[in-house]
Design a binder for this molecule. Structure first.
Ligand code: PRP
Ligand code: URA
Length: 209
């Protein structure tokens, strides 16, 4: 069964409070999304495996710990997931980046795929799928299904604001995927927007509305 981790770190909660405000402009919104992603990445990578290796310090021989395998990938769901990539890479700079393009049909709320480009060796990598918003869960579930079809085995999902409906859908459709959430909101409204949420994350990151 997957675990759902809601990040209660005060810095994450403080920054989420700022991006919720309607007066926060695109420049600050982008910067904060990136900072939150960095802080969440630190927490979400807590279970990465380590191995011991022999080295020499300037003083003597020593045994130190190193990440085992080191094969990670970050996969943003376009567009809004792009806003989280830089923050993730500031913590795990050697990760490769794949892209999955999905948009929600405004009528049906079903995800429509328009792009997919992944690292060739995605099947061998531990994958962090990132998207600031988990609403109905349709986009995240579809992106993860696509990754599984391409052979990815160990997948995590990170989002900043989640609706209970999205979390439940993920647990049902992808019980093997751990979910890291910045905050769990109340509900979805009749247009599929998260309440209280922060509005349309893609539009706020890119200033398109
Ligand atoms: C937003 C968001 C998620 C999706 C969440 O993207 O970034 O991908 O909606 O909703 P869901 O859980 O109900 O699928 P959107 O479709 O608005 O596309 P955009 O990022 O290109 O604006
Ligand atoms: N996508 C968003 O960007 N915001 C929501 O509240 C729901 C889906």
């Amino acid at each position: 069964m997957s675990k759902v981790v809601v990040m209660d770190h005060p810095l994450i909660q403080h920054k989420i409070g700022i991006i919720r405000k309607k007066e926060t402009g695109s420049k600050d919104f982008r910067q904060l999304i990136s900072e939150i992603a960095m802080l969440m990445c630190y927490e979400a990578t807590r279970d990465l495996k380590l191995e011991e290796i022999d080295i020499e310090t300037p003083i003597c021989k020593a045994v130190v710990k190193e990440l085992k395998g080191k094969k990670l990938a970050v996969v943003p769901i376009l567009r809004a997931g792009l806003g989280m990539v830089e923050g993730m890479l500031s913590i795990i700079p050697a990760a490769k980046v794949g892209h999955i393009g999905l948009y929600r049909d405004p009528e049906t709320l079903e995800p429509v795929e328009y792009y997919c480009k992944l690292p060739e060796d995605i099947a061998e990598r531990e994958v962090y799928v990132v998207d600031p918003m988990l609403a109905t869960g349709g986009s995240a579930a579809a992106a993860i299904e696509l990754l599984k079809q391409k052979g990815a085995k160990k997948i995590h999902f990170m989002c900043i604001v989640a609706a209970p409906e999205g979390i439940e859908r993920m647990k049902k459709e992808h019980p093997d995927v751990d979910i890291y959430v910045g905050t769990r909101d109340e509900k979805l409204n009749s247009h599929g927007y998260i309440v209280p949420g922060l509005g349309d994350a893609g539009d706020r990151i890119f200033g398109t509305k």
